[in-house]
Write a protein that binds this ligand. Sequence first.
Ligand code: CP
Length: 329
Amino acid sequence: MHSMLRGKHFITDQEWTREELEMVFDTADELKRDFALGRPHRYLPDKTLFMIFFDNSTRTRNSFEAGMTQLGGHAHDLTPDKLQISHGENAKDTASVLSRYGHGIAVRHCAYKEGNQYIRELAKYSRVPILNMQCDIYHPCQVLADLMTIRERFGKNTRGLKLTVAWTSAPNYVRPLSVPQSLIMLMPRFGIDVTLAAPKEFALMPETVATARANAEEAGVKFEIVDDMAEGFQNADIVIPKSWGPLTFTTNKAEGIDLIKKYPGWKCDSRMMSHAKKSAIYMHPLPADRNFEVTDEVIDGPQSVVYDEAENRLHVQKALMALTMGGRG
Ligand code: CP
């Protein structure tokens, strides 16, 4: 198995081969065992990760920082206002200077049509790996944790499983498209049939849908889009109902919230879950808008694996950091 990943940027799963991703999963499994056993695994002693958060975070911030500590290194928790980014310092100067001080730069920047461009610009000038902690297009770490969780539940051979990504109505704020887009692109590559269910105003970026279709075709699996949540749930093994904004339709926030409010029935309750298989698991990247996106009965119920899913963020990210910031070049 190809394992020479030192220095490789991780901006989208799509730019990593299946073989490289298998290496991440193998490493994550081992690191999860080490963590459970209290076995030291200091693969990045004296190394530094710079984390730049343009947006809020609970899971990503704390799993990356805890992960770096457990690997024997240190993570700086930064925001644009702690840096000269807020005074206009450009990506080239930021990446060039931080590359001289440390061993990795991780960024969350979800502003639509800005975040990914900024991360790509950093990558152009960085001499250390750039790790995408979520942008406007991709959330690659989240979906690796999702797939790790699915493999734990169903086994490593995921061919033939049906996964449904469904939009939900959460009117408290407009969320990025990055989770559903990364899910529909990654899961077919691992033999999983994918159904995307959303109202018409919540279409994803056409280029990511085209990539998902091409991945499904290459893997010989199904990819379909429906505009009915219950239809999407039919016979699913895995459901991931979560909200995102109507960003390909409008970027106006007030219009976006009005459109989200237009579909209150797009909620995951026990009646909705009954359309999926009895053995189906419920997943959500969190934070979930309880009682809008999902009822307490479902998210706290026996089919929910949301805390395993959140925990696996730690293990896959530690694997990514160990392989790209340490490892072999
Ligand atoms: N799922 C996720 O990325 O959570 P945070 O926004 O809390 O980091």
